[in-house]
Design a protein around this ligand. Structure first.
Ligand SMILES: Cc1cc2nc3c(=O)[nH]c(=O)nc-3n(C[C@H](O)[C@H](O)[C@H](O)COP(=O)(O)OP(=O)(O)OC[C@H]3O[C@@H](n4cnc5c(N)ncnc54)[C@H](O)[C@@H]3O)c2cc1C
Length: 418
C-alpha cells in the first residue's frame, strides 16, 4: 500500500497543475490517472491568456517552454458571428502588433497540451505519477482516505484527496454529493477538420451564434497545419427539451448554413465527432469538505458563457495546492479549514462566473446580439470596448446588464431620428 499526504485524482490540467504547484512548494504527492498519456480529451482546445499567466506564476520556465511549444497556434482575438450572420472581429487588444508580451490566446489539441503538462510533472521528483489506473473506491478513515481501484490491487492511504478527475468524477457524486443539473450543464461535441476556407490569418477563434443552437454556439478554432477544431455546445436543459442531436446540427450547419457551407465545401472531416459534458459554474457550490477539495471540472467550474474550463481548472488547482500546504503545516484537514479554499475560489472566479451566467441568459435573446453586431460594425469605440471585455470583469459587468443594451438602442434610435 502507498502512503502519502496528498493524493490527486486525475492528471488533466487541474490535477497536473495542482501537482506542479505542490512540487514547486517542495510538497510530495501521488497523482493517479485512469488514462496513459498522451491521451485525448474532447474539448474546443482553446486556451485563454489565463493558462500562461497561471503557469508563469508557478514557474516562468514552464510558461516559456509552453510559449515555444510547436503543437500550438497563437490566436489574437475572436470573431463573433451573430444570428443574422453579421460578423465582427474583436482582437484581445485593440491595434495589436503580435508583440511577445501582447495578450493572446492559443489553440492546442488536448492530446498535446495535457501531455505537455504531464511531461512537466515527470520532471518533478516529488511527484509520483500512476497512469492507467482508475480510482473508484474512497473509504473514509479517521485520519484520511483509503483509495483503491476496482480490483483493489492499487491502494493509497492519504491524508488529503484532491479530486481533479473531470466532469464525470465519481468522487464528486459519491462524496461531495454534487450531481449533474441540466440547467447548469452543457452538452458539447467536437470534430477536427482540415481545409476550411476563410480562416483569419491571425487565427482568430470563431464563435457562430446559430439560431437553433442558442444559448450555445458553434465554434471554429484554428489549429496548426491548416486543421481546425469545430464543435457545438448547447445547454443540456435546452438540448433535452428540443431532443437535439448535436452531431446532426453540426453536419447540418457545415452543409447548409449560408456562411459556413462555402467555407466547408472542400473541407475534410478527420476522425470521429465525439461528445462530452461541460459542468458549469453558473451555480455556487461547496467545493470542499473534511479532507478533500474539488478542482476544475470535478468542481463544476466552467465559465457558463465562454465554455472556458481549462483556465479555471488551473486557477483552482493552484489555490487547492496552496490550501493543501496550509493544511499540512497546521495538521488541520477539517471541513472548516477547507472553507478557505472555497472562499478563495469564489473571491477570484466568483465575479466573472456571475457575469458570464448573466451573459449566458442574455444570449437567449438573439435580437440583442444582432443589434450589438450591427452597431459595433459601424462604431470603432464600441469595438474597442468589446476587446477590453476579455480582460476587464467590470466591463463584462456592464455587458451583462440590460441597461447597456437599452442605452445602445436609445443611442441608435436618436442617431437615426436626428
Ligand atoms: C466539447 C467541449 C469543448 C470545450 N472547449 C473548451 C475550450 O475551448 N477551452 C476551455 O478552456 N475549455 C473547454 N472545455 C472544457 C475543458 O475541456 C475542461 O474544463 C477541462 O478539461 C477541465 O480540466 P480538468 O483537469 O478539470 O478535467 P479533465 O481534463 O477532464 O481531466 C480529468 C482527468 O481525470 C482522469 N480521470 C477520470 N476519472 C478518473 C478516475 N476515476 N481515476 C483516475 N483518473 C481519472 C481522466 O483520465 C483525465 O485525465 C470544453 C469541454 C468540452 C466537453
Amino acid at each position: 500500500m502507498l502512503e502519502t499526504k496528498v493524493c490527486i485524482l486525475g492528471a488533466g490540467p487541474a490535477g497536473a497543475t495542482t501537482a506542479l504547484q505542490l512540487a514547486y512548494m517542495g510538497i510530495s504527492c501521488v497523482v493517479v490517472d485512469k488514462a496513459v498519456f498522451p491521451r485525448d480529451k474532447v474539448c474546443g482546445d482553446g486556451l485563454s491568456g489565463k493558462v500562461l499567466t497561471l503557469l508563469s506564476r508557478i514557474d516562468k520556465g514552464i510558461a516559456e517552454r509552453l510559449q515555444a511549444y510547436v503543437f500550438k497556434e497563437d490566436s489574437w482575438g475572436v470573431t463573433f458571428v451573430a444570428v443574422n450572420r453579421m460578423s465582427m472581429n474583436i482582437p484581445y487588444k485593440p491595434g495589436y502588433q503580435k508583440l511577445p508580451d501582447e495578450p493572446r490566446g492559443f489553440v492546442c489539441k488536448r492530446i498535446h497540451f495535457d501531455n505537455f503538462l504531464v511531461e512537466e510533472l515527470k520532471r518533478c521528483p516529488q511527484v509520483q505519477l500512476i497512469e492507467g489506473k482508475a480510482v473508484t473506491k474512497y473509504e473514509r478513515l479517521p485520519d484520511g482516505y483509503l483509495l483503491a481501484d476496482v480490483s483493489g490491487a492499487l491502494q493509497i492511504k492519504t491524508k488529503l484527496v484532491i479530486a481533479a478527475n473531470g466532469a464525470h468524477s465519481g468522487f464528486t457524486k459519491e462524496v461531495a454529493k454534487i450531481h449533474m443539473e441540466p440547467a447548469h450543464y452543457v452538452a458539447g461535441i467536437r470534430a477536427y477538420y482540415s481545409g476550411i476556407k476563410g480562416l483569419h490569418p491571425d487565427n482568430l477563434i470563431e464563435l457562430h451564434f446559430l439560431k437553433n443552437v442558442l444559448p450555445g454556439y458553434f465554434w471554429i478554432f484554428p489549429l496548426p497545419n491548416g486543421e481546425a477544431n469545430v464543435g457545438i455546445g448547447m445547454l443540456s436543459e435546452v438540448a433535452r427539451k428540443r431532443k437535439a442531436n448535436l452531431k446532426e446540427l453540426l453536419l447540418d450547419a457545415v452543409q447548409h448554413d449560408e456562411v459556413l457551407k462555402e467555407r466547408f465545401k472542400d473541407a475534410t472531416l478527420l476522425g470521429n465527432i465525439d461528445g462530452y459534458g461541460l459542468p458549469l459554474g453558473s451555480k455556487k457550490r461547496r467545493l470542499s469538505g473534511e479532507r478533500y477539495m474539488l478542482v476544475g471540472d470535478a468542481g463544476f467550474l466552467i465559465d457558463p458563457f465562454t465554455g472556458e474550463g481549462i483556465g479555471n481548472a488551473m486557477y483552482t488547482a493552484r489555490m487547492a495546492a496552496q490550501q493543501a500546504a496550509a493544511c499540512i503545516a497546521a495538521n488541520d484537514y477539517s471541513a472548516t479549514a477547507m472553507l478557505a479554499y472555497d472562499a478563495e475560489v469564489y473571491r477570484v472566479l466568483g465575479p466573472e462566473l456571475k457575469m458570464s451566467t448573466r451573459l449566458q441568459k442574455l444570449i437567449r435573446f438573439p435580437w440583442l446580439f444582432n443589434m450589438l453586431m450591427r452597431l459595433s460594425a459601424r462604431n470603432k469605440e464600441l469595438q474597442d470596448l468589446l476587446s477590453c471585455m476579455f480582460h476587464e470583469v467590470d466591463l463584462r459587468k456592464k455587458l451583462a446588464k440590460p441597461q447597456f443594451y437599452l442605452r445602445l438602442l436609445f443611442v441608435r434610435r436618436s442617431t437615426v431620428t436626428r
